[in-house]
Design a protein around this ligand. Structure first.
Ligand code: ATP
Length: 238
């Protein structure tokens, strides 16, 4: 179980997240939804200890997550990756296991339909192929927790299906998956729970419980704290 307690985070002179608390259980896939600038990427980075200004606690099975960082795989948002960096598909995937050559790298490349592309530079791939490369790196890492930042952005229908199939299999095998997304369709319906975020956690529940006009209006409002929380069912609120 991953437990996040009162996580606040931001950048120098720019507080972003305030007091976010939630849990993530094995076999759970939780969606992170909110407007541009809500702090979804900031939350994923803060969890992983990638930001300088963080307070709060993050535990994985009763031990601080930062002491067992290798158990978490992170797939950053596309815009955070330097696609001109001179590295091949296979080299990226190998980074998941400390740069080693391993049969698992080749089998994972094959599983994700990337074997024939393994000697190509990552910058020479399509968006869907690039996203599959980073998913392959995460799989090779053998992590228990997967944090994915907008994995379906810029991918075609084939890559989308491959990614969804892998996530389903990971979940069945006991992984904990946290995924930020602007895709509200079928993808969101596959989530066990959805967290609505706008600098603070607005609501958590099943997609049916939280993807309602009222919750969404509040989440996407310029000033979400002005919403009348008393009118809502308490269990959904954080
Ligand atoms: N490196 C940084 N330095 C300063 N401010 C930043 C930095 N990165 C992000 N921010 C700011 O933090 C806020 C939250 O950004 P974040 O990227 O976490 O939002 P997001 O919910 O992931 O948005 P999107 O859906 O557009 O990806 C924004 O106001 C953004 O401008």
């Amino acid at each position: 179980m991953l437990v996040v307690e009162s996580l606040s985070a931001g950048y120098p002179g720019r507080p972003v997240l305030a007091e976010v608390s939630f849990t993530l259980a094995p076999q759970e896939m939780v969606g992170l939804v909110g407007p541009n600038g809500a702090g979804k990427s900031t939350l994923l980075k803060a969890l992983l200890g990638l930001l300088p200004q963080v307070s709060g606690r993050v535990w994985l099975e009763l031990r601080p997550l930062l002491h067992q960082r290798q158990r978490v795989a992170y797939i950053p948002q596309r815009s955070e990756i330097d696609w001109d960096y001179p590295i091949t598909v296979e080299q990226v995937v190998r980074l998941g296991c400390g740069g080693r050559r391993s049969p698992q790298v080749l089998s994972t490349l094959e599983r994700l339909g990337l074997l024939a592309l393994r000697r190509r530079r990552i910058g020479a791939l399509s968006g869907g192929q690039q996203q599959r490369v980073f998913l392959a790196r995460a799989l090779v890492q053998g992590a228990d927790v997967f944090c994915l930042d907008e994995p379906l952005t810029g991918v075609d229908a084939h890559a989308e299906q491959v990614i969804l199939d892998v996530l389903t299999e990971l979940r069945q095998n006991g992984a904990m998956i946290l995924v930020s997304t602007h895709h509200w369709g079928e993808f969101l319906q596959q989530m066990n729970r959805v967290m609505l975020l706008n600098q603070r956690l607005i609501a958590v529940g099943t997609p049916q419980e939280v993807m309602t006009p009222e919750f969404l209006q509040h989440t996407y409002a310029k000033n979400p704290s002005s919403f009348n929380l008393e009118r809502q069912k308490p269990p959904l609120f954080c």
